[in-house]
Design a protein around this ligand. Structure first.
Ligand SMILES: Cc1ncc(COP(=O)(O)O)c(C=O)c1O
Length: 397
């Protein structure tokens, strides 16, 4: 029996490999500190958890409409209106099992085999594999630390071909923390109209922005532009609800209908109880977001300062999300000897840090960016301090 070419083509997640190794070391009794996680270290707020308990008690435990309950779609439409200044009808919204499923459904709905998808790098791990799964071709566009890891319209235009079907924009960005401003987005959005292709805007980290930076949804720029955009968001990061698996997407009706068809034949509705809890997340008290954001802000400043104090590391202060993304090219150039071999890539460096400092972090190669590491600051200040002390010690000249 052979495995399909489609699956053979997909790379396993490096993030999961490192996390599994770190867990194994913890089981062996080692005091591993983890900066690998892609989730808030806060609990889901109490009002949301209680709503889920009520849903169970009331027996809201059956199949729902495949694309999500109307109550939740209404809450999402209201959220888009209030926070993002976009008018979406409930027929233009789908609720899925995490933003990840929204992305998967959207890419499969838009792309035919051979279509090209413009993907700014460094980028989140799953985009590349989802594009490949659809038989489409990822066309990477590098962004650079000197340009705050932001893509210019000129860079996009250069890569457009008759096969270009889609651009994926993620702001605030995982892993770089880049947040695009209005003028930058306007210029990129004009290209969607000029060359007639779609853009997925992944806004999952929308609420986590710092230093008076404002998040802007490209779909709010004009009605014409809105027709070319699929806006993706969810409750995972803003409400510390990663395990509940609720994400949502909004966009042109025919695209949303296509996404619903895929969902209807794969997972059907997202979890009924989690949908009820998400209504409370969106409609209830929003105060916990600010508490979490403030805590992340303090940790962000501390982590970036400490990283920049290590010789050979240069780290930009991220404007959003909860990751620091330091440039480690000078450390790789130094070629630290480990197990009789010179460390020359980000995977070997993160392995060295895991084994010798017992700190888990993600190599830049997981994000198509070899000379970087990603450290999540969704960890306690105490752990951040201890983890950075350990890293500093083993990277000292
Ligand atoms: C950029 C980005 N998009 C989407 C997701 C997926 O979120 P969800 O938990 O809602 O599937 C993540 C999760 O790490 C992410 O970092």
């Amino acid at each position: 029996m052979t495995i399909s070419e489609r699956v053979k083509n997909i790379n396993p997640s490096q993030t999961l490999a490192i996390t599994a190794q770190a867990l194994e070391m913890k089981r062996e009794g080692k005091k591993v500190i983890s900066f690998a996680a892609g989730e808030p270290d806060f609990g889901t707020p109490k009002n949301i958890r209680e709503e889920a308990i009520s849903a169970v008690k009331e027996g809201f435990t059956h199949y729902t409409t495949s694309s999500g309950i109307i109550e939740l779609k209404e809450a999402i439409a209201e959220k888009f209106k209030k926070d993002n200044k976009i008018d979406y009808k409930t027929s233009e919204i789908i609720v899925s099992t995490g933003a990840k499923q929204c992305l998967f459904n959207a890419i499969l709905t838009i792309c035919d085999p051979g279509d090209e998808v413009l993907l700014p790098t460094p980028c989140w791990v799953s985009y590349t594999e989802q594009i490949k799964f659809a038989g489409a071709v990822p066309v990477f566009i590098n962004t650079y630390q000197e340009e705050e890891f932001k893509l210019s319209a000129a860079q996009v235009e250069e890569k457009i071909t008759p096969s270009t079907k889609l651009l994926i924009l993620n702001s605030p960005n995982n892993p770089t923390g880049a947040v695009y401003e209005q003028e930058e987005l306007k210029k990129i959005a004009q290209l969607l109209l000029k060359y007639n292709f779609y853009c997925i805007c992944d806004e999952i980290y929308e609420k986590l922005v710092y230093d008076n930076v404002k998040h802007l949804s490209p779909a709010s720029l004009s009605d014409e532009i809105k027709e070319k955009i699929i806006t993706i968001n969810g409750v995972s990061k803003s409400y510390a609800m990663t395990g509940w698996r609720i994400g949502y997407a909004a966009g042109p009706k025919e695209i949303i209908q296509g996404m619903s068809k895929i969902q209807g034949h794969s997972t059907s509705n997202p979890n009924s109880i989690a949908q009820k809890a998400s209504v409370e997340a969106l409609n209830g008290d929003q105060g916990t977001i600010e508490e979490m954001r403030k805590a992340f802000d303090e940790r962000r400043k501390y982590m970036v300062r400490r990283l920049n104090e290590i010789e050979g590391i240069s780290c930009l202060t991220p404007a959003g999300a909860f990751y620091a993304f330091p440039d480690i090219s000078k450390i790789l150039e130094r070629g630290i000897e480990y197990n009789g071999k010179k460390i020359s890539d980000s995977f070997d460096l993160s392995n060295f840090i895991l084994k010798e400092a017992e700190v888990a972090l993600i190599p830049g190669s997981a994000f198509e960016a070899e000379e970087y590491l990603r450290l999540s600051y969704a960890a306690s200040l105490e752990d951040i301090k201890e983890g950075l002390d350990r890293i500093e010690k083993i990277l000292r000249f």
